[in-house]
Design a binder for this molecule. Structure first.
Ligand code: NAD
Length: 291
């Protein structure tokens, strides 16, 4: 069925706000899923900067959108414009998915949910495990907060000495002092290679949540040598272009299970899709069509 034939007076609209927006994979991912399942929804991307965001949210409310995704730079700015936040969104201080629940706009952060769903799909149970997490930006923060919600025992966060280091410290304070549960968070400088090596050796999972490994940092890794890894360690990367970063190549060379960021991307979308439609996204179909 063509989109033109499918859209009618009952079609529900799902939006996406961000700028720049042209590169986003979300419209294709959601629209092909709606078509595949025969759902009467359409997903549209809107170029929105932070100055326009309040007006856009007011408009989305007035038009009774079923929901929308929020991307950069709107992920933080949106918080006070919503009626309710999940713990994952509130503690991460960022929303990427909004559900309109009978007029109440609820903010979620499905980036962290997507990352852990991707591990689950790879048969990894994170409860009681220790993670070394590289980074404290948007992706890393969502993962750190969700790690605590998922029952991870300990998380050691490393960030280089840049503007994100404060955020790394802040994320540990939130996990240790504000969130319920027993997760312990530690923060270290990435420049402290000796501690990084020790923490990786003591971890079950190593996660790169920085852009190191993708353009313009393709071919680089924050772990200097494969000898820092061991076969029992699970190594994951939020980067999915390229599919195999330098870190994942190193991990495979020593026999580790290596997981790229494609699953995180697909499952963050799948979690949003389920919130809006109540149905599971046909993830395998989307993966085959898009990648
Ligand atoms: P961000 O700008 O919010 O954070 C960047 C982080 O990387 C910071 O912690 C910063 O200190 C660190 N960093 C940057 N350059 C570095 C370097 N040279 N050495 C060490 N650390 C460095 O970015 P973000 O939105 O968190 O995105 C990070 C990566 O995650 C990007 O590659 C992005 O494509 C990817 N991502 C993937 C998904 C997914 O679904 N798979 C989702 C979001 C982001």
């Amino acid at each position: 069925m063509t989109d033109q034939g499918r859209i009618d007076g009952r079609t529900k609209l799902i939006g996406l706000t961000a700028t720049p927006i042209g590169h986003s994979l979300s419209p294709a991912m959601h629209n092909m899923s709606f078509r595949e399942l025969g759902l009467n929804y359409v997903y549209m991307a809107f170029e929105v900067d932070n100055k326009q965001l309040e007006d856009v949210v007011t408009g989305f409310r007035a038009l009774n959108l079923r929901g929308f995704n929020v991307s950069m730079p709107n992920k933080t700015k949106i918080l006070p414009l919503l009626d309710e936040l999940t713990d994952g969104a509130r503690f991460a201080g960022a929303v990427n998915t909004v559900l309109n629940d009978n007029g109440k706009l609820i903010g979620y952060n499905t980036d962290g949910i997507g990352y852990f769903r991707s591990l689950k799909e790879n048969h990894i149970d994170v409860k009681g495990k220790k993670i070394t997490l590289l980074g404290a930006g948007g992706a890393a923060t969502a993962i750190a907060i969700q790690a605590a919600l998922e029952g991870v025992k300990e998380i050691s966060i490393f960030n280089r000495d840049d503007e994100y280091f404060n955020r790394a410290e802040n994320n540990t304070v939130i996990i240790n002092e504000k969130m319920e549960g027993d997760c312990i968070a530690n923060v270290y400088r990435l420049e402290d290679k000796e501690t990084l090596k020790e923490e990786i050796a003591a971890s079950d999972i190593l996660t790169n949540a920085t852009g190191v490994g993708m353009k313009p940092l393709e071919g680089q890794a924050l772990v200097p040598d494969p000898s820092w890894l061991r076969p029992e360690l699970i190594v994951s990367d939020v980067v999915y272009i390229p599919r195999k970063t330098k870190l994942l190549e190193m991990a495979e060379s020593v026999g580790c299970q290596a997981i790229n960021g494609l699953g995180m991307m697909l499952w963050q979308g799948a979690a949003a899709f389920e919130l809006w439609t109540g149905q599971e996204m046909p993830v395998e179909y989307v993966k085959n069509q898009m990648f």
